[in-house]
Ligand binder design. Structure first.
Ligand code: G3P
Ligand code: CA
Length: 250
C-alpha cells in the first residue's frame, strides 16, 4: 500500500492492542479488548499469571496491587476469589465492575483476532504453566492466529517441545548477540524486540530466515512512524487508533 502521510510504499503491519486498548480502558480486561477491536486492532497482546489453584488469568503484574482494589500475590489467590476482585476502578469510576478475565474466556470470546499470549513467568516460577497453555490453545485456538511470547526463553522452548506447531515469540529488551541464530536455536517463530532496538536491516535479516517481527510498546506518533518504516510485521501499541490513522485504515 502507499502511505501518503509517510511517503512510503510498504506492507501494512498488523495493529496489536497492548493489554487491549490500554491507553483508554483498564488494561487486560474485556472492555480494553473490545475497545481495541473497535479502534482497528487486528490482534491483542495480553499477560498471563497463574492462580493458586492453577487457573491461567489475564493480568500483567505478579501482584494485584496496581490494577485492582485488592493487594497481594496473584499466586496466593484462588480463582473463585479472583472473580470477585475489581480490575477497573483504578482506571476510573466508569470502569467499576470490570473483572480479571480467565485466559480460557479470552481465547473463546476473542477468537477471530490474532492473540499474543505473554507468559509472565520470568520473575516467578509457575510449574505446569506450559502444559496448561498448550492444552487451552489446542482446545480453543486457530493455530495460525495465536502466538505464545515470553521473556523466559526456556519456557518457550518447553512449549515448542510439547507442541511444535504452536508459534512462539522471543521477547527481549536488549538484542541478543547474533539474534537470528539465537531465535532459530530456540525454535522461535517471531522476534519480539523492544521498539528502541528495531532497525530495518535487522528486520530484513529476520525475514530472510522466515522469522517474523512484533515490536512493543510503540505509542508516540514519531515511534509509530519509525516502526512502520522498519518493516516489522506487527506493532504492539496502547494507542491502536493512532496507528490505524497513520496507516490510513478507517
Ligand atoms: O509483549 C510485549 C510487552 O507487553 C512486554 O512488556 O511489561 O508490557 O508485558 P510488558
Ligand atoms: Ca505484555
Amino acid at each position: 500500500f502507499i502511505s501518503e502521510k509517510l511517503g512510503l510504499v510498504c506492507l501494512n503491519p498488523m495493529i496489536i492492542g497492548h493489554r487491549g486498548a490500554s491507553a483508554y480502558a483498564p488494561e487486560n480486561t474485556f472492555s480494553a479488548f473490545k475497545l481495541a477491536q473497535k479502534l482497528g486492532c487486528h490482534g491483542l497482546e495480553f499477560d498471563v499469571q497463574l492462580t493458586r489453584d492453577g487457573v491461567p488469568i489475564v493480568i500483567h503484574d505478579e501482584t494485584l496491587d496496581r490494577t485492582t482494589n485488592h493487594v497481594g500475590q496473584v499466586s496466593n489467590f484462588l480463582w473463585k476469589e479472583i472473580q470477585l476482585i475489581d480490575a477497573g476502578l483504578w482506571k476510573g469510576e466508569q470502569w467499576r465492575g470490570e473483572r480479571i478475565p480467565a485466559l480460557e474466556d479470552v481465547l473463546t470470546e476473542c477468537k477471530g483476532m490474532y492473540l499474543n499470549i505473554e507468559l509472565k513467568n520470568s520473575k516467578i516460577a509457575y510449574p505446569g504453566l506450559e502444559e496448561t497453555i498448550v492444552r487451552l490453545i489446542e482446545r480453543y485456538c486457530d493455530i495460525g492466529n495465536v502466538i505464545v511470547s515470553s521473556f523466559n526463553h526456556s519456557s518457550l522452548q518447553q512449549i515448542k517441545k510439547l507442541a511444535p506447531h504452536i508459534q512462539t515469540g522471543v521477547l527481549y529488551e536488549r538484542q541478543p548477540k547474533d539474534a537470528v541464530s539465537y531465535i532459530k536455536n530456540l525454535g522461535g517463530t517471531a522476534a519480539h524486540p523492544n521498539f528502541r532496538f528495531v532497525k530495518k536491516e535487522q528486520v530484513d535479516a529476520f525475514h530472510q530466515e522466515g522469522i517474523s517481527v512484533s515490536t512493543w510498546t510503540v505509542n508516540s506518533l514519531r515511534d509509530l512512524k519509525a516502526a512502520i518504516r522498519s518493516g516489522v510485521d506487527r506493532i504492539i501499541t496502547n494507542y491502536p487508533d493512532r496507528l490505524r490513522d497513520l496507516l490510513q485504515l478507517t
